[in-house]
Design a protein around this ligand. Structure first.
Ligand code: SAH
Ligand code: SF4
Ligand code: F3S
Length: 420
């Protein structure tokens, strides 16, 4: 009997990556085979994101190509899942009549029974071969209740819910037993984790007791909830990686207020310096939105100055995109696209120079890395600071911790020579 092949396209953040992994596990458990070429698939899942217009555009472009594929193969099953499927199911069904099912991000629990309707042939559960991955995402919180005024996430993912730490610990133990070396904890604001009185710092303490687990990472942090206790824990706990993603969004207090971020630039700077002083080898990265309604040249200058002053290890810069259901989408004072583009380029160029300068301190130094993948004798690894490091190697070092001497530095990655 011919096997059933499936292909999953994941758009968006790690939450979606994690949901895709779960869907893949379910399909593999039913004997289906994951393929890398969409043209070989019998089932295609498009796991969508709605955080910016461009993410939605990407999903519709892919669906447009799938329409043709379905015309050639009417048995093809096409499913749309994720955040766009949550709030725009009607529009997707209307625009893409060839789609077989639409299942929103809040209903991922229904994926198995939904897909069963299309899997007439095989229902017996086969044993799933454990993936030989090095790291694993573990969702510790769902949804978000912060309602930053530009953001659609609370509207599509629902209110913030912390997951039972017993479940989290079980998931981590199983993963580690299957050879996972690094765990990446996921939540839209991990700093507000609280399950029956256990806060995020206490959760980290529980997780770090897991033997054989080398590294713990987490994302994303919200400056308003980042506690002193957590800084102390990171500084004392060697299993916790030296990387904190701490989105600033803007350097202007007027814009931060309009964004409903609930901190001032000065409070952010104080927190930033406290973290840097307590954990000297920390790498802090950030997110910025350019062109929020009402952003003047002075507001942008404040963001530009903040980037220069704080010297982030990496900066993700997004052009503001008005999102349905959000408060900011109703604001009138829109910044023209040409100005947004100009500000975006100016900040991107400057921040790339900063990140590269910061990475240059690694030149000729030996760093410890965990090897994540080997492709054509080139190893891809990461140091504790979350910087990607490439090096040539002819043995299978996947999952191993090795030393690499850095000889080349770019803004977002480095390369070097394996030290025996
Ligand atoms: N919960 C996380 C991440 C949410 S989405 C946090 O609060 O940091 C990731 C990033 O996308 C955000 O940090 C923000 O910089 C950006 N973003 C969210 N909504 C946006 C919008 N409407 N337009 C442009 N960028 C946006
Ligand atoms: Fe969106 Fe703000 Fe929640 Fe992050 S914290 S997901 S930016 S509402
Ligand atoms: Fe993530 Fe995009 Fe949804 S950023 S939570 S997949 S809207």
């Amino acid at each position: 009997m011919k096997s059933i092949n499936f292909f999953i396209e994941t758009i968006g953040c790690q939450m979606n990556v994690n949901d895709s992994e779960k869907m893949a596990e379910i399909l593999s458990g039913k004997g289906c085979i994951q393929v890398k070429d969409v043209h070989q698939a019998d089932i295609v899942i498009v796991n969508t994101c709605s955080v910016r217009f461009s993410a939605e555009h990407k999903a519709y472009s892919l669906l447009g190509r799938l329409k043709e594929q379905k015309e050639n193969n009417p048995n093809l099953v096409i499913g749309v899942t994720g955040c766009m499927a949550e709030y725009a199911a009607k529009e997707i069904k209307a625009r893409c009549k060839f789609v077989d099912f639409v299942l929103g991000a809040k209903k991922t629990d229904l994926f198995e029974e939904t897909i069963n309707r299309f899997l007439h042939t095989q229902s017996a559960r086969l044993s799933v071969r454990p993936a030989d991955d090095v790291f694993k995402y573990v969702t510790i919180m769902r949804g978000c209740s912060n309602f930053c005024s530009y953001c659609i996430v609370p509207h599509v993912r629902g209110p913030e819910i912390s997951i039972d730490y017993n479940k989290i610990l079980n998931e981590i133990n199983t993963a580690v037993d299957n050879g996972i070396k690094e765990i990446i904890l996921l939540g839209q604001n991990v700093n507000s984790y609280n399950y029956e009185g256990v806060n995020f710092t206490q959760l980290l303490q529980k997780i770090s007791k897991t033997d054989k687990l080398n590294r713990i990472r987490f994302m994303t942090n919200h400056p308003k909830d980042f506690s002193d206790e957590l800084i102390e824990e990171i500084s004392n706990n060697k299993k916790i990686c030296r990387h904190i993603h701490l989105p600033l969004q803007s350097g202007s207090n007027k814009i931060l207020k309009a964004m409903n971020r609930k901190y001032t630039y000065e409070q952010y700077e104080t927190l930033y310096n406290k973290i840097k002083n307590k954990i000297p080898d920390i790498n802090i990265t950030s997110d910025i939105i350019i062109g929020f309604p009402g952003e003047t040249d002075d507001d942008f200058q404040a963001t530009f100055d903040a980037s220069r002053k704080l010297q982030f290890g990496g900066l993700f810069i997004f052009k503001y995109s008005p999102r349905p259901k959000t408060y900011a989408a109703k604001l009138k004072d829109r910044v023209p696209l040409e100005i947004i583009k100009k500000r975006h380029t100016a900040l991107l160029e400057d921040s790339n120079i900063i990140s590269k300068n910061i990475n240059e301190k690694y030149l000729n130094k030996t760093v410890e890395v965990l090897v994540e993948n080997i492709d054509n004798n080139v190893a891809q690894a990461r140091n504790s600071q979350n910087i990607k490091i490439f090096f040539d190697c002819d043995e299978n070092l996947k999952g191993r911790v090795v030393n690499v001497k850095i000889n080349k530095v770019l803004p977002n990655s480095m390369s070097g020579i394996l030290q025996q």
